[in-house]
Design a binder for this molecule. Sequence first.
Ligand code: ATP
Ligand code: MG
Length: 392
Amino acid sequence: MYKAFLIKYAEIAIKGKNRYIFEDALVDQIKYQLRDVEGTFKIVKEMGRIFVYAQSEFDYEETIEALKRVFGIYGICPAIVLEDEGFEALSKEVAEYVKKVYGDRKLTFKVNTRRNKKSYPMQSMEVSSALGGVILDACPNMKVDVHHPDVFVNVEIRNKIYLYSENIPGPGGMPLGTNGSAMLLLSGGIDSPVAGYMIAKRGVKIDAVYFHAPPYTSERAKQKVVDLARLVARYSGPIRLHVVNFTDIQLYIYDKCPHEELTIIMRRYMMKIAEQFAKADGCMALVTGESIGQVASQTIHSLAATNEVCTMPVFRPVIGFDKQEIVDVANKINTYETSILPYEDCCTIFVAKHPVTKPNIEIIRRSEQKLQEKIEDMVKEAVDTAETILCQ
Ligand code: ATP
Ligand code: MG
């Protein structure tokens, strides 16, 4: 039935002279998400609106699914586009349309008319009330409620006439590419893919770093992270995933430093290395899946100790989330099932029985001095030998 979609986006963020940047990025992302959908589409910016027109047969469900992954879209309204052939013809179309969409359902409705074409012979209010009557005749179970209708029947009169009523929620956020880029520390867990999704949703392009520790962590554990990156990339666009061999550094820390400080020191090196990749990729920030108090390395003291080595802002979008809230997002974006696959993580292998929960930064720094001899070379080696995988 539909051949067009009216795309609704939030206007608060885009008032003023930068609006076109936002809209152009949104158009680009719509094109990107529709690239694999069956059908040919034309995306048009007109009069403060974005329309997606299908120019061939197309797969409706797939189209909706793709548009639901475009950050910046608040609503997807499947629309009927009509030539202006007079009010009688319009009435017939409206009656047909409302019957098709709502059938015999008991619903209240309101007709909203916008008339951009001032030469149209009737005023908006007149059109609305006349079409209200038409709908009442066509659908005896429907009633008018102008204050709190269950559904709106929208009619926009321009050169053509647009008819739409359904509003399918989009993901919200801002179009990718409108807010720079950031480097995600991506592990095989539940939290970091969600963190990446949340930052990407604000229009930030993301790349990622994964630290693995072969042979302590398996090829399958790495594959799981690649799979997670691909799942996040369905929303965020292609992710360049840097896979860093962290084994020697971990063993060295294990050898030289008190075991209860191991996780903190290790995490400090992860941040430092991630920052090097971030700088090389032109990223402005780091992103992690940390949440206050979730584990010993995420107490407020531990977070402060980890953060201390970073020179870039570190974004922790799930910092105030409970685990269940993170799981809810993971389910929504379809990463949860992959995240809970039971492959070992490099952090779990070297964890101490009693890790510090209130690390003292001075003491940590003193422990790190024991690494002086080799650590710089080892960090360089880890960065130089990293493998980069394009996940899309
Ligand atoms: P997640 O579910 O994201 O793995 P977690 O609860 O297991 O989180 P930690 O292992 O303490 O938490 O890690 C905290 C954050 O540090 C992760 O969310 C991730 O951003 C980063 N991180 C941890 N391990 C790795 C790793 N092996 N490679 C890259 N980043 C990591
Ligand atoms: Mg983890």
